[in-house]
Design a protein around this ligand. Structure first.
Ligand code: AMP
Length: 214
């Protein structure tokens, strides 16, 4: 199974695809967003950067990634939300080369801005396991209103899931992350995954085909 890198605008569903790979194929998920959210409680500066939708500095991010990659043994992994800048993409390549980790599949999750905006106010997250739901979606709403299917605890809304923060994050995506996406495109190794449909069956099929390829 190939390890993957998800490069994606906010609300595009990278968390959902990650959950799918973890649950069905035993992938290890490395999500800088999740790790930073845990640190936010004791770091006011970090909390305000994240609430605004701006990026955290590259050095902090690469330290996190380096620590997490060291914990990987042989299982396939998902880089969820890294790299977000060209510098991170280049540093990541160096890191993976040093660790002799090859054959990673970068995936760009393609969703239109209009569709992303529709998802902003509906996302709910389990504070315990991190699973994401969308209360406006038949496929992604929890079985019981506002309760996590797995942990049975009350779901919460992320502080940065409001229109203002989303628009900032989307702007950051266009100005910074697209350059990282171009980097992989030039290396001719990028998979573009269309995730505009509410029904993700087709997208999952494409993803499954790609992780099995050699
Ligand atoms: P996410 O959960 O991936 O949407 O990330 C939430 C927030 O965490 C982002 O809006 C950034 O403030 C921060 N963040 C997560 N990953 C990165 C990264 N690779 N580089 C910079 N900031 C990041």
């Amino acid at each position: 199974m190939r390890s993957v890198i998800f490069l994606a605008p906010p609300l595009s569903g990278k968390g959902t695809f990650s959950d799918y790979l973890v649950e069905n194929y035993g992938y290890k998920q490395i999500s800088t967003g999740d790790i930073l959210r845990k640190r936010m409680a004791s770091d006011e500066k970090l909390a305000s950067i994240m609430a605004s939708g701006a990026l955290v500095d590259d050095e902090t991010i690469m330290d996190i990634v380096s620590d997490e990659l060291k914990k990987i043994s042989n299982e396939p992994f998902i880089l969820d939300g890294i790299p977000r800048t060209l510098n991170q993409a280049e540093k990541l390549d160096e890191m993976l080369n040093k660790l002799n980790i090859k054959d990673i599949l970068p995936i760009y999750i393609d969703v239109t801005k209009d569709n992303l905006i529709k998802r902003v106010t509906g996302r709910r997250v389990c504070p315990k396991c991190g699973k994401s739901y969308n209360i406006y979606s038949e496929s992604f709403k929890p079985q019981e209103d506002s309760i996590c299917d797995n942990c049975k605890v009350e779901l919460t809304t992320r502080k940065d899931d409001n229109l203002e923060s989303f628009l900032n994050r989307y702007e950051v995506f266009n100005s910074s992350t697209l350059k990282a996406i171009e980097y992989y495109k030039e290396k001719e190794s990028l998979l573009v995954l269309d995730n505009n449909n509410e029904d993700q069956t087709e997208a999952i099929k494409v993803l499954e085909g790609a992780i099995h390829e050699h």
